[in-house]
Design a protein around this ligand. Structure first.
Ligand SMILES: NC(=O)c1ccc[n+]([C@@H]2O[C@H](COP(=O)([O-])OP(=O)(O)OC[C@H]3O[C@@H](n4cnc5c(N)ncnc54)[C@H](OP(=O)(O)O)[C@@H]3O)[C@@H](O)[C@H]2O)c1
Length: 306
């Protein structure tokens, strides 16, 4: 069964999704490609953004291949790729629709879909929109059966390096038909974890906002290097590799608790413990915990602001 995907709101996250799936669509094995969409449609609000998405699509594919035929077809066999402003046309043409607009734009778009009177039985909706529950989407759409999947990821997904939280809802029969395909497509974004929808606000904070928090820490590390006389570029390279290497170490040691790995670096009376105590004195750890939980609180408020 081939299927098409429409990205309703092709901004930062919509383009990240498109880049990751598009890349695999070109590079994956033929067996893998079977599980991916063959046709893509995107919509934006402004004409300028539509032109920009077209450019991004072309540039993406040029990075992946130099094959003229693939370039002409944007990398899709049996290609068709529509970029425009018409959401109704996008819904008509797409089996799976990814909602990647801002939370405050959601109500108007859902009402637009409802008024168009679509038979939604054979559509799958995936929502990246923070704060909007599947229940509130179903209420507007007046549909209890169709698959509505909540998805939370982050900007590294553009490179297939995202953390992804997914929560599927809908009738058992439809989920049986779609779930494997949907999960495979979503896994192109990075590492995927399935959680109950009640954890989505937490996922929005930990995963969606997460890169900004890590970058804040990274920036501080780079600045510390510069303060101590290491040039910017070298400081950045070293700080970045330290973050990346530490992350890999967590993975390669089978998720050993961070405190255990941390104390392996702490020589009694040494430099690391001195640095850690100073950071504790300044509330770095509790600041991070409070920052992330505050982001989750704001996420929970978003869906209520209609
Ligand atoms: N950014 C993140 O790191 C991140 C992470 C996880 C989840 N999210 C969630 O992902 C969603 C999208 O965020 P984003 O950062 O990608 O936002 P964004 O870059 O502003 O993208 C939103 C896109 O929606 C388009 N749009 C607005 N109204 C529309 C309409 N009526 N019909 C069709 N398209 C419309 C905009 O088009 P124009 O460009 O023409 O205005 C824009 O390209 C949000 O709900 C956010 O909560 C974001």
């Amino acid at each position: 069964m081939t299927y098409s995907v429409g990205i309703l709101g092709c901004g930062v996250m919509g383009q990240s999704f498109l880049s990751a799936v598009q890349k695999f669509r070109v590079l994956g094995t033929s067996e893998d490609k079977e599980k991916l969409p063959t046709k893509f449609y995107t919509t934006n609000h402004n004409e300028e953004s539509v032109k920009n998405v077209k450019k991004v699509l072309e540039e993406n594919i040029k990075k992946i291949t130099e094959d003229e035929e693939v370039l002409k077809n944007f990398g899709f066999e049996d290609h068709e790729c529509y970029t425009g402003k018409d959401n109704i046309k996008l819904i008509e043409k797409s089996d799976v629709v990814l909602f990647s607009i801002k939370p405050y734009q959601m109500e108007q778009v859902l009402n637009q879909i409802k008024e168009a009177g679509f038979d939604l039985k054979n559509k799958v909706f995936i929502s990246l929109v923070a704060g909007w529950t599947t229940e509130s989407m179903r209420e507007i759409l007046n549909n209890k059966e169709m698959i509505i999947t909540r998805l939370m990821t982050n900007t590294p997904a553009k490179f297939g390096e995202g953390a992804v939280v997914v929560s599927h809802t809908g009738s058992e029969e439809l989920l049986q038909k779609w779930k494997e395909k949907l999960n495979f497509m979503i896994e192109q974004l990075g590492v995927m974890v399935e959680l109950p929808e009640s954890k989505m606000d937490a996922a929005t904070a930990l995963v969606g906002s997460g890169p900004a928090f890590v970058l804040n820490f990274l920036e501080a590390m780079v600045d510390a290097g510069i303060k101590m006389g290491i040039p910017y570029k070298e400081s950045y390279i070293l700080a970045l590799k330290t973050v990346e290497g530490t992350a890999k170490m967590g993975q390669l040691t089978n998720y050993t608790h961070p405190s255990v790995l941390k104390h392996q670096v702490c020589t009694p009376g040494g430099t690391t413990i001195a640095g850690l105590v100073e950071m504790d004195n300044r509330g770095v750890k509790s600041g991070v915990i409070n920052g992330i939980t505050e982001a989750a609180r704001v996420a929970s408020e978003l869906g209520k602001k209609k």
